[in-house]
Write a protein that binds this ligand. Structure first.
Ligand code: SF4
Length: 394
């Protein structure tokens, strides 16, 4: 047994719904006990299939896992240890939000084996938190962080956002100043996106959003500032003190296997990508009634060799180390520059990408528009692929 696997568990409950969020979560907590029981049954179902794997990362995300009653949270963690071969050295993260966890919750989590927390601060400016419809203020977030520290958590991520309504370059600088003063080991900084179907999308034209240039300046100056403070910029939106990169998320970006359980969870496992429906009721029904025949699989497909290459490029380019051409060829038996040459050359000539040694990666300017660039690169030259791959085993 030497294969490793990441495990993700989705906890789709929040105290209230933030106006910008399109993650799957509900605010009706009437189902929490049945949901966590179903999740444990789901783990039992999958356990025999992954008995030859060591779990080296566990991530409980959501939603807000810490809105679960403490007992349910601990039952789920027991379920994880009871069903899977979790390595003693595994990184075990639980997401939480200020105002949903206190020192006793953190102490219980630490004792149960959780060793990393991800706390959603989003901003250190209370007017911006109000605009985001967050349920906490900055002081509350700091109190949560300090409670976690007192409970001996020595690996904590703080989530932040830029591009918030009414945010300015100055207010983001203030947020970064206040947050780095807390010395978290890891910081994530995501640009606000207006997601279809959210309350923000309905009133997008009335939101006081920073303009594009301001947003780019925010991103670029945040990257510089965090690097000066000793955080390595290792992924478009992620920064870590040396040795504190998120091992679980690195699995995603390195195209390594993970199993995701829970309503709305996604998996990349056994050569397939699959996900479960974003429907708590259907999820519970299916797990409670084995014979009910309620389908909870949403998507399920085998990844064709060509798609595998596309996914690898899309995900690996998110990392600041980028893609090493020799490693790519060793992995796929195909030369990166023949397949993607037309993009790599144009984007490198125009300052969106760079070549360092054998590796292609985004420049800062390229990272800022990476979603657009990556969507263009999905469309690599299939005729080159067909010629080059004709001798490969499909
Ligand atoms: S707390 Fe997080 S998951 Fe819940 S609604 Fe807000 S942003 Fe979304």
């Amino acid at each position: 047994m030497n294969k490793t696997l990441g495990l993700y568990l989705h906890i789709p409950f929040c105290r209230s719904k933030c106006a910008y969020c399109d993650f799957y979560s509900v605010t009706d907590h009437g189902f929490t006990a049945r949901y966590t029981d179903a999740l444990i049954l789901h783990m039992e179902d999958y356990a025999p299939g992954v008995k030859n794997y060591y779990i080296d990362t566990v991530y409980m995300g959501g939603g807000t896992p810490t809105v679960l009653p403490k007992k349910s949270l601990l039952d789920v963690i027991d379920g994880i240890y009871g069903n899977f071969n979790v390595l003693e050295t595994a990184e075990f993260t639980v997401e939480c939000n200020p105002a949903t966890a206190d020192r006793s919750t953190f102490t219980a989590l630490r004792r149960a084996g959780v060793n990393r927390l991800s706390i959603g601060f989003q901003s250190a400016c209370d007017n911006e938190l109000v605009n985001l419809t967050r349920v906490h203020n900055f002081d509350g977030a700091v109190a949560t962080f300090e409670a976690a520290r007192k409970s001996k958590f020595d690996n904590i991520n703080i989530d932040l956002m830029y591009g918030i309504p009414e945010q300015t370059e100055r207010s983001l600088a203030l947020t970064l100043d206040r947050v780095t003063a807390l010395e978290p080991e890891h910081i994530s900084l995501y640009g606000l996106k207006i997601e279809p179907g959210t309350p923000f999308a309905q009133k997008a034209d009335r939101l006081a959003l920073p303009d594009e240039d301001t947003e780019y300046n925010m991103y670029a100056s945040a990257v510089r500032y965090l690097e000066e403070k000793g955080y390595r910029h290792y992924e478009i939106s992620n920064f870590a003190k040396p040795g504190y990169e998120c091992a679980h998320n690195l699995r995603y970006w390195n195209c390594e296997e993970y199993l995701g359980l829970g309503a709305g969870a996604h998996s990349y496992y056994g050569g397939r990508r699959f996900s479960f429906k974003r429907d708590i009721g259907a999820y519970i029904d299916a797990l409670e009634n084995v014979d009910a025949g309620v389908g909870i699989i949403d998507e399920d497909y085998e990844i064709a060799p060509m798609e595998r290459i596309g996914e690898y490029v899309m995900l690996r380019l998110r990392l600041t180390d980028g893609i090493d051409a020799a490693e790519f060829e060793q992995r796929f038996g195909l030369p990166l520059e023949r397949l993607y040459g037309k993009y790599l050359n144009v984007y490198t000539e125009n300052g969106f990408m760079q070549k360092r040694g054998n590796a292609y990666s985004f420049t800062l300017k390229g990272m800022y528009v990476s979603n657009y660039i990556l969507s263009t690169m999905l469309d690599f030259d299939e005729s080159v692929y067909s010629t080059l791959s004709s001798g490969l085993d499909k």
